[in-house]
Structure formats: C-alpha cells, structure tokens
Design a protein around this ligand. Structure first.
Ligand SMILES: Cc1cc2nc3c(=O)[nH]c(=O)nc-3n(C[C@H](O)[C@H](O)[C@H](O)COP(=O)(O)O)c2cc1C
Length: 462
C-alpha cells in the first residue's frame, strides 16, 4: 500500500513524533511511505506552487494518509495549520477526497484531544474517511507495551485502508449566514479610569464585523485601550520547537513577539482577543502568536486578569475552538468574562453584549481581580502541567523554580490528615463503615455550618 505521511512538526526528522512513524515503517516494511515534512517546509510550500502540487499528487495516488504532528498550544503547529489553509484557499480538497486517514501525535497530553478533534474535522471537510488517531505521550515509544499498542494501531489502520472502510462522520459542514455587524452611532465614553487594557487582533481591512466590534469596545470602554494588530507586527515565523527558550525564557527569533506578549498580554489588567475563525479554528497567524508564547514556559502569568474574546465566524458550530477559548484563560488563571461573536441578526444585540463584557471586565478588575473557580479545563490543565514540570525539571529549570516559588507543586493532601492512618484500617470493618457513613453527613454539615455561622455572627456584629 502507498501511504502519505504529512509531518506537521517543524523539527522534521529530529521530531519525536516522526520516530513513531519510523517505528511503524520498520515493523511494516511491505508498505511504501512517502513523507512530506510540512512543518519544516511550509514557507517553500507557500511560495513554490510546483512543490505544493507534488505533495497533492502523492496524496492523490495514496491508499491512506497519516497526519503526524506534535500538539502545540491546544492544537496543531501553526505550520500545519497554514498548510490546511492553503488547501482550502487553493481549492484542492478533491485531492484528499475519499482517502482513508488517521493521525499520530506526541505531546505532554495537555489538550491533545483538541488537536486530534481538529484534524478529524478537517479530514472530514477534505472529504476523507478519518479513523480516530493515536495520541502518544512523547516518551512512551520507549516502553515495550506501548510499542505493541502502536503496532496494533497501525495494523488496524492498514486494514481500514485495504478494505476502503467508511468511517462514521462527526461534523456537519460549516455555514455562516449573518449580516455584517454594523452598529448605529456609538457614543464615546469619557476615559476616566486608569486600567491597562489591550485588544489583540488579526483583523484585516475586510473583516468589517470584527473591526466594528473592536471599535465599539474602544469607544464604550471608560479607559484607554491599546489595540495591537498582530498582522502588522514584526513576527518572523512560527515556533520551531527548538526549546532554546526553555532555560531562560527567551526565544531565539529577533522579532517583536516576546515584547508584544509581555507588554500587551502580561502587564495588563484585561485583554480582549478579537479574532476571526479560519476553517475550524483561528488563523495560522494567530496560531503563530500562540505557539510562540511557548517561550514563556508553563507559567500562569495571566493570574487575576480579565479576558474576553470577540470572534467573527461560526463559533456556535465549532465546539473544538470554543473549548480552546474557554480553556486558555482557565489554565492561565485569568477570568473569562465572556465571548461575543457576530452570529446575531441584530447589531444592537451585539453592542449590548459588548457593553456586558465591558461591565464584566470593570467589575472583575475592581473586585479584587475576581476569577471564577476553575472547572475541569483549568484544574486538569494545571495538574498535567504540574506533573510535566516536575518530570522534566531538567529541561524546564525556569518553570521549575517558578512552580516552587509560587507553590504550584500542590500535590493532593489526604482528607482527614493524620486521622486517615487510623480511619483507613478501620474502614475495612463493615460495622465501622456503617457508623462512619451514618455520621459523615452530620460531620460534613457541621464543618460547613461552622464557617457560615462565623460569617453570620460577624455580619450581625456590624
Ligand atoms: C510551541 C510548543 C507548544 C506545545 N504545546 C503543547 C500542548 O499544548 N500540549 C502538550 O501536551 N504538549 C505541548 N507541547 C509539547 C510537544 O507536543 C511535545 O514535546 C512533542 O512530543 C514534540 O514533538 P516533535 O518533536 O515531533 O515536534 C508543546 C511544545 C512546543 C514546542
């Protein structure tokens, strides 16, 4: 069988993910593997039409397509994202149509599912039969049991290709049928407050709704707002995964990215990210900006900030992007005030929603940097990061020191503390267990009542 491998890692043959493919090649030499290092060659692919066509020709002739990629900031690397955009822009979907596809990723298992779901959705948009991919923790190929698992995965995919099996589809085509957001005259509010607020956007001139949303926000916000358009910034390229940044938190690219990131997303009270959707996610330009934030390591530097998103595009049909948008502030320990999209027929409604976001941002800033408690997105995300930094402390010394200093190695404490050493053996006895559970409700309520009563007493004293 002929298989085409689209490698999204900018690390090309040095890529960890690529080693997983090499392992499959070594075990199944009866198949032909044609690898295209999309992540490394994206600039050439963009400029050299012949080279792009060659890749497409290989795909057309293939019996199966395997996307391989590292997870980069909750999705695929910006370079692979750009390749996908090129396929749409150049209207080359037909080269992929009817092919069986799957993917292999490596990662620290932090939001790996979003990267997989994204590639799944894109594969379906390309008309492919996508079979669920293989998400490996980066080092697990070193374990015998995992190698066996990878072999079985490959065998199953080969069978699916040989028999041209059809996969169950999970996505509907995207549609967008809303008028341009065009607010009636917005009255500029006096800039009486001194909070630091920025808007980061990738809006181009043609993104009328998005530009109008930003304009409304800037006018209605009672303090100065700095709008930064990342399209106009000197950002030389996507993250190359070199990890040079890990020891000192400085990226090797001599460009404006790190300064913009620090000044307009870290040293501020609130940020609005005003982005347009592109295919099933944000644009590759935004993805470059996000991937490059890896220089900051895994430190939650947005603690206590107020975040909001303005999105132009069919976000209501994009659960993958929505989850990423909800996860990012939670993981960064910021407060997600709201998400406003242009999916409304009445512009007045959008203006009201923008006003609500402004009120929410101000309220949050002025109420002790209010942050809603984390859900699974933030709690789970933190635990994965915490364990990762602990495991790879040699690679990430800055992160390690930061986590130690800020007490982020918050390993779980045993409920009941030292009593648990007595309680645990006693719980083996059913008579004790019965008494324990009979008492436990009373015990719990007593604990809660104590703090409630204390506050009640304090209130009546006042
Ligand atoms: C810019 C960047 C962003 C990353 N983002 C994530 C992430 O969101 N989730 C995760 O689990 N791992 C993340 N990682 C870790 C990589 O997925 C992991 O190291 C992977 O094995 C690298 O594969 P490669 O050598 O094939 O490029 C990130 C690494 C880099 C360099």
């Amino acid at each position: 069988m002929k298989l085409v491998i689209l490698n999204g890692s900018p690390r090309e043959t040095k890529s960890v993910t690529y080693q997983y493919l090499r392992y499959i090649e070594a075990n199944f030499p009866m198949h032909k593997y044609k690898v295209h290092h999309i992540g490394r060659k994206i600039k050439k692919i963009e400029k050299d039409q012949e080279y792009f066509d060659l890749i497409l020709k290989d795909i057309k002739a293939a019996d199966g397509v395997i996307w391989i990629y590292p997870v980069y900031i909750l999705s695929v690397p910006s370079q692979l994202k750009r390749f996908i955009e090129l396929v749409f822009e150049r209207k080359k979907l037909n080269y992929f149509k009817g092919k069986n596809a799957t993917s292999i990723s490596t990662s620290g298992k932090f939001y790996d599912h979003l990267a997989h779901n994204y590639i799944h959705a894109i594969s379906e948009d390309f008309g492919m039969n996508y079979f669920r991919g293989y998400s490996a923790e980066m080092m697990e190929l070193l374990k015998k049991k995992e190698r066996k698992r990878l072999q079985n995965f490959a065998i199953q995919f080969f069978i699916q290709c040989e028999n041209k099996l059809e996969s169950a589809k999970v996505c509907l085509p995207l549609t967008f049928d809303y008028p341009v957001y065009n607010p009636s005259k917005i009255k500029v509010q006096p800039k009486t407050k001194k909070h630091k607020i920025s808007v980061l956007t990738d809006a181009s001139e043609s993104d009328v709704s998005l530009n109008n949303m930003i304009d409304t926000f800037v006018k209605l916000m009672p303090c100065e707002v700095t709008v930064v358009n990342i399209n106009n910034a000197n950002i030389k390229g996507g993250c190359l995964g070199c990890l040079n940044c890990a020891s000192e938190n400085i990226c090797f690219y001599p460009d404006e990215h790190n300064a913009i990131f620090k000044k307009y997303t870290v040293e501020v009270d609130a940020v609005v990210y005003a982005y347009k959707t592109q295919d099933r996610y944000l644009s590759s330009g935004v993805k470059i900006f996000q991937d490059r934030s890896f220089f900051n390591g895994h430190r939650p530097v947005f603690m206590g900030q107020q975040h909001a998103f303005f999105v132009s595009g069919p976000l209501k049909q994009m659960p993958i992007l929505r989850e990423a948008i909800e996860a990012m502030p939670e993981v960064g320990r910021a407060n997600l005030v709201g998400i406003v999209t242009d999916e409304y027929t009445d512009s007045k409604q959008i203006t009201t929603l923008i006003q609500n976001v402004i009120d929410g941002i101000l309220w949050g800033i002025e109420h002790g940097k209010y942050t809603r408690p984390k859900t699974f997105l933030g709690v789970g995300g933190h635990k994965v990061f915490r364990d990762l930094i602990h495991t790879y402390q040699v690679v990430f010394p800055q992160d390690y020191s930061y986590y130690k200093k800020h007490k982020l190695f918050d390993w779980p404490k045993i409920f009941f503390g030292d009593f648990s050493f007595i309680l645990k053996p006693l719980m083996w006895f059913s008579s004790f267990r019965k008494r324990f559970f009979a008492q436990s409700d009373k015990f719990l309520i007593r604990m809660f009542s104590k703090v409630i009563k204390k506050e009640e007493d304090e209130k009546t004293k006042k």
